[in-house]
Each structure stands twice: as structure tokens, then as C-alpha cells.
Design a binder for this molecule. Structure first.
Ligand code: ADP
Length: 429
């Protein structure tokens, strides 16, 4: 079946960021499909928005541009009326890019479309305590450069002034639509955009300190060919297409099959979630990275163990460990090698569990999620209802589950302590 054209076409610069954006669009009333990379063929299902998930945040700028343009061409072929370039709410980038160069390239590629000589940039995401005031980005109660992001290994953010940060990355002139204007709403924002354009400004950072600010900004973005932002602005765009929050947007096929959790995240929240799951008395198996490194078939053992328990309810297979234990393993195996080995083992367990009949799968860990989705051969996923902020249930077909399975991909510090049990309750409610 070929499909009607999509309304919003999104390009996200990483995988969990794509899901975060999709989650906000669904909550605001859009039916959303997320693709892993640029699809080979046309979209084969109905959707209001598609989010193409790239891994382009920290790759060389030229590669990020090339991948983003490929995503743009595919989204245009699906009929996208507006393009949304999604980056991190901490504006992760360097003077080399990739936010500026990708935005420039998208604007150039859209040059024939009326209004493409101007776009906005705002990572504001008040639900996650990212706010922008006078062009300065705050993370929680502190400026970006005091938030820990100044020490980021790949994209250290040492300047909280986004006008300066973005100006260093683009040949276009960067301006500001400040709080006083945003507070007055659509007419004032459109007037400010016209004034900025008259001054030769091609992109403007926009202040927003609350969801109300984003909702005031939204109507002024109707018809803008390209919007660039974190995931926050997404709450205000579906209304421009006549869509309102509706539970059907999050509708997924009815759940069935066995239930399991795999966790390769060692974040604070995940450690608490593993401990909570074990405390409920449910079956849980820890994987030993040293035995994986010794070449033992840890995945096969875990699957044999799971087989004995899984008929009675969800099981947990995890490598999650406290920081000291992780450091010790990394010291013996090397950081990257330990990570890759554990990810591959958990991905093999996830695949084996699905082969065993698991159709409701919780995956904890950003990198771990990437490995699991790859092992399951998933190319497109539909985004369903939210379990916790930023973490929706998803549904997709896989070569090992042709009729599809439900799964959720939880990045490290998301989710309440009871997430590993609550997720199933939410899905089967
Ligand atoms: P998060 O979203 O919490 O950052 P990720 O899955 O992105 O989780 O990253 C966790 C990394 O730690 C992965 O590469 C994973 O393979 C690795 N890892 C998991 N468990 C252990 C462990 N016990 N020792 C060392 N590394 C581990």
C-alpha cells in the first residue's frame, strides 16, 4: 500500500534524540514513524511525521552534511511539508559543527522553497530543564558552561551564549528573538523575523523558558520550510497542521507474547531500576564481562536460564554495575572493548529472547539500544505511548518477529525506579 504524504519530516542527529523528538510529536497528536538511517525505499505505512535517526552529532561536518541531505531528499520524496532538524538540548557542537554546517546545507538545498532564507534555532526543552533566555542556554539552574557540559569529551560547551556559539559555525548572520518578543506571541514574533531578515540575518536563536513560550512560538513557525531545535519545539508544531493531542496518535497493535528486560546501562537510574526489579522477587541474571572476554558463551547460558523462568512473567538479563565495578572491568579490558563486547552479548540475548517468543522487550542503555535494534534487524519503528518522559513504547517488525514486537529503548538516566515493571503495566493497561 502506498501512503499519503507526511506533514513533518525530521532529521535527528542521534538515535535516542530521535525517539525523544518522536515522543513529543506523538504527545501533541502526530502519528510518528522513526527510521534507523535513511530508508532504502518509500515509507510503507501511514504517518503524520517521520523522524530519520542519524548518528551525525560528532562525525566530521562534511559527513554530517551529506547524511542530512540524503535524509532531506528522502523526506521530500515522502511529501514532507516542513523539515525539522533536531539536535541535543545542550546544543552539542563545536566551532567545526555540526549544527551550523548542517543547517546551512539544508537551507541551501531548500533555496527554491519560499521562506527558506530564514530559520530558527532553539534547544529549549523546559520539561527537561533546558531554557534559553537572552540567547543564553541554562541547564537546570546553571548556565550551560557550568553544567558539566564544559567538560564533555567530544563537544565541550564553554560558551553559554548560543548566538556566539552558532555564529562560529555558520556563514549566515545569526540574530536573536528574545523573551520580550516571544512573550507577545505570533504577530510580534513574525514582525521580529521580518526585521531580522531585513538586517540580513539568516537564522535566529529563540528564547523560551516554559512550554507556554514554545506554544506561543509555534504558530509563527507555520510555513517555515526549515525549523532547527531540540525536541521542545515539537510540542507546538502539530497544531499548525490542524492536529490536537489524541490517544489514537499513540495507538500501537495489541500487545502479546512473553516479556523481558535487557540492561547494559550502568547509569545511576538504571542501577536503581535493576535493584528494584530484583527486590520485587522476579528472576534476574547478571552477565559477567570477564567471562564474555574469556570467550565463554554467556549469551547462550543466559538464554537457557531465561527459558526456565520466562513463562511465569518478565525476566531481567543485565550487565548493569556500579561505577567502581565498571571501572575495574574497563581497567582490565579497555573502555571501548568492554563496551563493545557487553553490547554485542546483550544484543545476542535480546535477539534470542525474541526468537524464544518475547514480544514485549525493555532495553536499557543508549548504546545498548543501538546494538539491540541492529541485532533485531529493525529499520522502522512506530512510536506509541509514553512510559516516562522521553521513553515511549515502540512497535516494529523484525526478521525474527515478522508480525512485530513491542519494545522500549530507555536511555541511561531516564525512568522512575519501578520502570522495569511499570513499562509492562503501561503497555497492557
Ligand atoms: P547509558 O544510556 O546508561 O549511557 P549505554 O548502553 O549507552 O548506557 O552505555 C553503557 C556502556 O557500558 C555500554 O557500552 C555497555 O556495553 C557498557 N557496559 C555495560 N555493562 C558493563 C560492565 N559491567 N562493565 C563495563 N562496561 C559495561
Amino acid at each position: 500500500m502506498s501512503t499519503a504524504s507526511i506533514k513533518l519530516g525530521c532529521i535527528a542527529d542521534d538515535f535516542t534524540g530521535a525517539t525523544d523528538l518522536a515522543n513529543n510529536l506523538v504527545r501533541a497528536g502526530m502519528r510518528v514513524v522513526q527510521t534507523i538511517g535513511v530508508p532504502q525505499g518509500p515509507l510503507d505505512t501511514e504517518a503524520d511525521a517521520v523522524v530519520v535517526a542519524l548518528k551525525s552529532r560528532t562525525i566530521p561536518a562534511l559527513d554530517a552534511v551529506e547524511q542530512s541531505l540524503a535524509a532531506l531528499r528522502w523526506l521530500q520524496a515522502q511529501g514532507a511539508q516542513q523539515i525539522y532538524f533536531k539536535y541535543c538540548s545542550t546544543f552539542d557542537s563545536t566551532p567545526a559543527g555540526n549544527i551550523g554546517p548542517v543547517t546551512d546545507a539544508l537551507m541551501d538545498a531548500l533555496a527554491d522553497v519560499e521562506g527558506s532564507d530564514f530559520t530558527i534555532a532553539t534547544p529549549a526543552f523546559p520539561d527537561n530543564k533546558r531554557t534559553v533566555f537572552k540567547g543564553y542556554l541554562f541547564a537546570g539552574d546553571v548556565l550551560l558552561n557550568e553544567s558539566g557540559m564544559q567538560n564533555h569529551p567530544l563537544t565541550p560547551m564553554t560558551d553559554p551564549n548560543l548566538v556566539r556559539v552558532l555564529q562560529a559555525q555558520t556563514r549566515r548572520k545569526v540574530g536573536l528573538i528574545d523573551y520580550a518578543t516571544v512573550a507577545q506571541g505570533e504577530t510580534a514574533i513574525r514582525a521580529r523575523i521580518a526585521a531580522l531578515k531585513a538586517e540580513g540575518v539568516g537564522m535566529a536563536v529563540v528564547d523560551a523558558v516554559s512550554n507556554d513560550d514554545l506554544l506561543r512560538l509555534g504558530p509563527a513557525l507555520a510555513g517555515m520550510p526549515l525549523v532547527t531545535a531540540g525536541s521542545g519545539v515539537a510540542i507546538a508544531l502539530p497544531a499548525n497542521f490542524g492536529l490536537a493531542p489524541a490517544s489514537q496518535a499513540a495507538a500501537l497493535p495489541a500487545p502479546g507474547g512473553l516479556q523481558a528486560v535487557v540492561s547494559g546501562s550502568c547509569s545511576v537510574a538504571t542501577n536503581a531500576q535493576v535493584a528494584h526489579f530484583i527486590a520485587t522477587g522476579r528472576p534476574a541474571l547478571a552477565l559477567d564481562p570477564l567471562r564474555i572476554a574469556a570467550g565463554e558463551n554467556v549469551a547462550a547460558e543466559a538464554l537457557a536460564w531465561a527459558k526456565g523462568h520466562i513463562a511465569r512473567g518478565p525476566v531481567l538479563v543485565y550487565s548493569t554495575a556500579e561505577p567502581a565495578a565498571v571501572k575495574a572491568i574497563q581497567g582490565r579490558l579497555g573502555v571501548e572493548q568492554a563496551g563493545a563486547m557487553v553490547e554485542q552479548t546483550i544484543a545476542a540475548v535480546a535477539r534470542g529472547l525474541v526468537e524464544m517468543g518475547v514480544r514485549q522487550l525493555v532495553v536499557a542503555g543508549g548504546e545498548t539500544s543501538g546494538a539491540c535494534v541492529q541485532a533485531l534487524g529493525i529499520a522502522q519503528l512506530r512510536i506509541g505511548g509514553q512510559i516516562d518522559p522521553g521513553v515511549p513504547w515502540c512497535h516494529a517488525a523484525s526478521p525474527v518477529a515478522p508480525q512485530g514486537l513491542h519494545f522500549t529503548l530507555k536511555s541511561g538516566n531516564f525512568g522512575t525506579e519501578d520502570f522495569f515493571t511499570k513499562a509492562f503495566t503501561v503497555l497492557n493497561a
